[in-house]
Design a protein around this ligand. Sequence first.
Ligand code: FES
Length: 323
Amino acid sequence: MSPHLRSDARVGPPEENVRAVGERVLSVLGRQSWLDRPGYRLEHALGFALAACGGAGERTSNLLHGTWLGHPLHPLVVALPTGAVAATVALDVAAMLPGHQSGLREGSRVTLGVGILASLAAATTGVNDWQHTKEQSRRVGLVHGALNAVATALYVLSWSDRRRGRHVRGVAASAMGYGITAASGYLGASLVYRLGVGVDQSGPRWENGQWTPLLAEAALEAGQPQRVEAGGIGLVLLRDGEDVIAVGELCPHQGAPIVDGWIDRGQLVCPWHGSRFDPVTGQVVRGPATAPLPCYQTRIRAGTIEVRPGKPTGLRAATGAGE
Ligand code: FES
């Protein structure tokens, strides 16, 4: 094989090179353990600020996570600054063409102002989600946030320059900021699609099946959840007073083992970040989880707890109702 061919084989097709660069960037960022110290400081400061606000802090955190929406709020909010700044760049390009420059310049300043305000909203939702990440996700998320902060600073500088009549400098600053936003967007998308941040982690559901005997009733004690399997799917059985609850074994937020959770004031609490679920419906009562916890129907027959797929209808196993 000639040296030329060997060189071609090493370089590979362009898409492979692009993919390799992306993976290398994520891998390198994910190994930067020196980012953990500022990361944990920021997390503690956020946690302290939210705790100091009591119930209002919890409601704000739920609002920012998207618990009320059943879906993370951050990806929806991010579309606003990205779109507004993209419109700014497009108007700036159009303003370079002959005619209507002043109207287009005024329009680009307005869209840039919208982009700056929306960037602050996106940062608020993003940092609220980021505080519960760990290791590689935490480090990549921190760099993602830092890049967005630099981009937003450039947008503010650009807006100020435009207002003072320094249009060319303003256009250059916002164009540079948009480039940084695009690079940061790659990291943000990787956090979701590669590292699973914000993705429902509750795993596969048990969807087809009949009443299945899973555990002797006497073996399930209050405060001692039990993991069982049905149809190849892991479930957790818990006692809530006289009732028996059957739920999925993994928390939808980051996959914490629900078998280590507990019932508090009628709500099922995740052991890792304290998300609370209604044990009957599986709906999130308190974040950071946004997706519901899978729940199953239960009943007791001849001293055995039986479970089947389907939403519980109200009272749980002890009544033997629900067939
Ligand atoms: S894993 Fe985070 S709240 Fe359950």
